[in-house]
Design a protein around this ligand. Structure first.
Ligand SMILES: [Zn+2]
Length: 411
């Protein structure tokens, strides 16, 4: 039904109908029987709508003019598929606002995203890219926020669909794909109990492996390791260290204070202090990158990431295997530099059993202190080798200025 002025060309309206039919057929083929019914689906295109939405009261899907005119594009098509999944849910669930608690809304939203994952191969990666840096409140990422609850207009928690996907498999997971399809048909809330929620929190380390680009070991071991998790520079908090036209050493971050604060100690280059609260069941992905990206831009000086004790985490230096850190001691990672160390260091800290705070510092390599902690292998192969593969120099004990002066060679 097209209300009011004619906003669309007939061919654009046809494209929406074609997409809707294709999406509903794909859902029906997956076993969501409501999608195969002959019931009419009402879609209204309206200038006043900013993002696609499903109205529980009227059972109408509203599309923005933007979505409606780009419906074959990935964004609009996936948003339409998400809203159509709410339409399917509405056939079995009592979706009135009064019936919904935070936990129930979390289930309806994360299963709607997972419904899209089931019928669209690129949607899992799209979700991570699209919602991987959205904030719930202040600087806190959706990743850091507790699962199994939902705030009003809480777009940031769409990212929790990733957590659900990692925990969805046939035998060793808290929930299987079959369980989800069954629940959606019956109008059940499978995760609305403390036991299952505890199981999902117990799997946070496996979720972290996936976010670090490695296959989970106990849960959904066959989840696709797409480019976004393999490269790891497009979600979570990101810190880039580069040389710019204005400065030899420039720090940039995707985050904002107070989560990541810049400080400049006396007569030293600037440094970043990270203070990231993680709610129970949340995680905190952080990437420290040399250059504008792992491949691109001028790297600045090498830095170390120093993580204070007290928080469990998994980390990955460059392409090395994912490692677990129990949080007993301070952890120093690096040096982080495209040619003289690791081009990227990635961390996923866990709020496994209770909320916790990830505290860390990114600061330039200190030749007198941190430098001595670097494994010999790294010094020889990455830090002081000459570009033509000549013999390693032993001149690592000079002044910081002398050392840095030689560094242009390695960019
Ligand atoms: Zn939704």
């Amino acid at each position: 039904m097209w209300l009011g002025e004619a906003l669309l060309e007939p061919t654009q309206a046809d494209a929406i109908i074609t997409q809707t039919s294709a999406i509903m057929k794909a859902y029906a083929d997956k076993g969501f029987t409501a999608a195969g019914s002959n019931a009419s689906i009402w879609i209204v295109v309206d200038r006043s709508v900013s993002a696609p939405q499903y109205s529980i009261r009227s059972e109408v899907i509203y599309l923005s003019l933007d979505s409606a005119t780009s419906i074959t594009g990935d964004k609009a098509r996936r948003e339409l598929a998400h809203e159509l999944f709410h339409w399917i849910q509405d056939e079995a669930y009592a979706m009135t606002a009064a019936a919904l608690s935070g936990a129930r809304t979390w289930w309806l939203e994360t299963t709607a995203e997972n419904g899209v994952f089931l019928i669209d191969n690129g949607a899992l990666e799209y979700n991570l890219k699209h919602y991987g840096q959205t904030n719930v409140s202040g600087a806190m990422l959706g990743f850091q926020a507790a699962p199994f609850t939902w705030g009003r207009n809480d777009e940031a928690r769409y990212i929790h669909a990733q957590l659900l996907r990692v925990n969805m498999c046939e035998y060793s997971c808290p929930i299987s794909e079959r369980d989800m399809i069954w629940a959606i048909k019956r109008g059940r809330y499978l995760l609305d109990n403390a036991d299952t929620q505890a199981k999902i929190r117990a799997n946070l380390d496996d979720y972290a492996r996936y976010l670090l680009g490695a296959a989970p070991e106990r849960t959904n071991t066959s989840i696709p390791l797409h480019e976004t998790v393999r490269v790891g520079d497009a979600f979570g908090d990101i810190i880039q260290i580069s040389r710019t036209s204005k400065s030899e050493f420039s720090l940039r971050t995707s985050s904002s204070p107070p989560q990541i604060m810049q400080e400049t100690p006396d007569s030293r280059p600037p440094e970043y202090h990270i203070n990231a609260l993680i709610e129970q069941g949340g995680v905190y992905p952080l990437q420290v990158i040399s250059g504008q990206s792992v491949q691109r831009g001028h790297p600045g000086w090498p830095v170390m990431l120093t993580i204070e004790p007290g928080i469990e985490l998994l980390y990955r230096q460059g392409d090395e295997p994912v490692k677990h850190h129990d949080g007993q001691d301070q952890l120093i990672l690096g040096p982080i530099h495209r040619t003289m160390g690791y081009p990227i260091v990635r961390v996923v800290a866990l709020g496994r059993n209770a909320s916790n705070t990830f505290k860390a510092t990114v600061r330039i390599v200190d030749l007198q202190g941190d430098w001595m902690l670097i494994p010999g292998k790294t010094i020889r192969s990455a830090v002081v080798c000459t570009p033509d593969g000549g013999s390693p120099t032993s001149d690592t004990s000079g002044t910081l200025d002398a050392f840095l002066a030689t560094m242009g060679v390695y960019e």
